[in-house]
Design a binder for this molecule. Structure first.
Ligand code: ADP
Ligand code: MG
Length: 415
């Protein structure tokens, strides 16, 4: 029997009518004789609304309590979807992350799945039920509810697909797959037929929120091919994320990712001696601040500047930590810029060919977009730019690298 694990995102279960439609899709798969496990997100903007509510009662809500609160969003949608299935005559059961055996570490708000004890899910499947799992959550060894980070219902699905040795893993969202850029800001973006794990991971970590980065990582580690599709038009093929990417090798830049809002912190006048970076970044890591791009300037008279970027929600925490360590490392001052964003070009073909960085910088210059910082990996170049120029930058680069063009299969790109 074919076993599938699906995931339905927040917009796909935003209202009762949406939930009924998703129930219809699942019922259809049952009629085809497939075993179905579905991970669901909270309805619409529930997670944001719960977060705002928490901040109304406490400016710095305790992470443990936040996890208890946020986990309820997914519980609501899983119960409703199960009820809707019952009404269609389909036997179904909803399970919280803990009930589904999703064990995590104890890092609240950003927990990682340690293991999945799939015994209960297997038992329900054997009894002929559809299993609806509340996404984005698990349980720590101390029996506390944890959440896996924003957007992590994707990760719940891919982890379940690996643990259950599913035949397929399908992520249903509000767009028809992985596009060459976010279709909301780039009208010329087109859905890709397929993309490799490596490229998708770079896209996801640099802002393509259509897939949670950890889900892509798990897919790669456990070799789970993941198909990303639209729940609004499930007849479209969507995009396959898998090990080999063969169809579109002609185009060396595969996609453009962006982050509309990031913040930059600069520590000025730091003595240029061994250990300074460790002194600065260890306490940031201990405070669970995740740091992205780091740049250390060439030193002048043995003093240097250290600059790094963080998500806007981490800015306050990062500044607190840096102010604390400043006297110990001997820096002169801390400055920050909150209104920045990033734009990245991603593609495995870039690793072996020169000229991509130059073309990217020239394109941004032609559009009078100032580059604040640059970081690269083998298959990615990221520029930090002003927040209000991010969308222009995405569109300009999309057009400069001709991503709107369907590449001929197997063709080589002419520079
Ligand atoms: P869900 O609630 O289904 O998890 P998300 O909002 O998390 O949906 O992710 C889907 C959104 O991701 C799309 O609506 C789109 O605006 C955005 N997105 C960003 N980059 C891309 C991309 N390269 N391809 C497709 N969608 C993208
Ligand atoms: Mg999502």
């Amino acid at each position: 029997m074919t076993r599938i694990v699906q995931k339905y995102g927040g917009s796909s279960v935003a209202t009762a009518a949406h939930i009924l439609r998703v129930a219809g899709l699942i019922a259809e798969r049952r009629r085809l004789g497939e075993e179905v496990v579905a991970s669901v997100s909270a309805m619409g903007d529930t997670t944001d609304d719960l977060t705002s509510l928490a901040h109304e009662v406490a400016p710095h809500p305790h992470p443990r309590e936040m996890d208890v609160l946020l986990s309820t969003g997914e519980i609501v949608s899983s119960a409703l979807l199960s009820m809707a299935l019952h009404d269609l005559g389909v036997d179904a059961v909803s399970l919280s992350g803990a009930q589904a055996g999703i064990r995590t570490d104890a890092v609240h708000r950003r927990a990682r799945i340690a293991e999945i004890d799939a015994e209960r899910v297997e038992r329900e499947l054997a009894a002929g039920r559809v299993v609806i799992v509340a996404g984005f959550q698990g349980v720590s060894e101390a029996s506390d509810v944890t959440t896996l980070g924003r957007g992590a219902s994707d990760t719940t699905a891919v982890a379940l697909a690996a643990a259950l040795q599913a035949d397929a893993c399908e992520i249903y969202t509000d767009v028809a797959g992985i596009y060459t850029a976010d279709p909301r800001i780039c009208p010329d973006a087109r859905p890709l037929l397929d993309i490799g794990y490596e490229e998708m991971l770079e896209m996801a970590t640099t802002g393509a929120r259509v897939m949670h980065a950890r889900a892509v990582e798990l897919g790669a580690v456990y070799d789970v091919p993941v198909r990303v599709k639209s729940s609004f038009d499930p007849t479209l093929p969507g995009t396959l994320i898998h090990r080999e990417t063969s169809m579109e090798q002609g185009n060396k830049v595969r996609g453009i990712a962006h982050q509309s809002h990031i913040a930059k912190v600069t520590v000025r006048g730091v003595p240029d001696r061994p250990g300074i970076a460790a002194y600065l970044f260890e306490p940031l890591a201990d405070a669970n601040v995740s740091v992205d791009t780091i740049v250390q300037n060439a030193s002048v008279e043995n003093l240097t500047d250290m600059t790094f970027t963080v998500a806007p929600e981490d800015l306050e925490g990062a500044l607190r930590v840096v102010q604390n360590v400043l006297p110990h490392i001997g820096g002169s001052e801390v400055v920050f810029a909150p209104d920045l964003g990033t734009v990245s070009i991603v593609g495995t073909g870039m690793a072996s060919a020169p000229g991509y960085a130059a073309k990217m910088f020239r394109t941004l210059f032609d559009h009078e977009i100032n580059i604040n910082m640059i970081s690269t990996s083998d298959i990615r170049i990221t520029c930090v730019v002003e927040s209000d120029r991010v969308a222009d930058a995405v569109r300009a680069l999309h057009s400069a690298f001709e991503l709107e063009r369907e590449p001929a299969i197997g063709a080589t790109q002419v520079e």
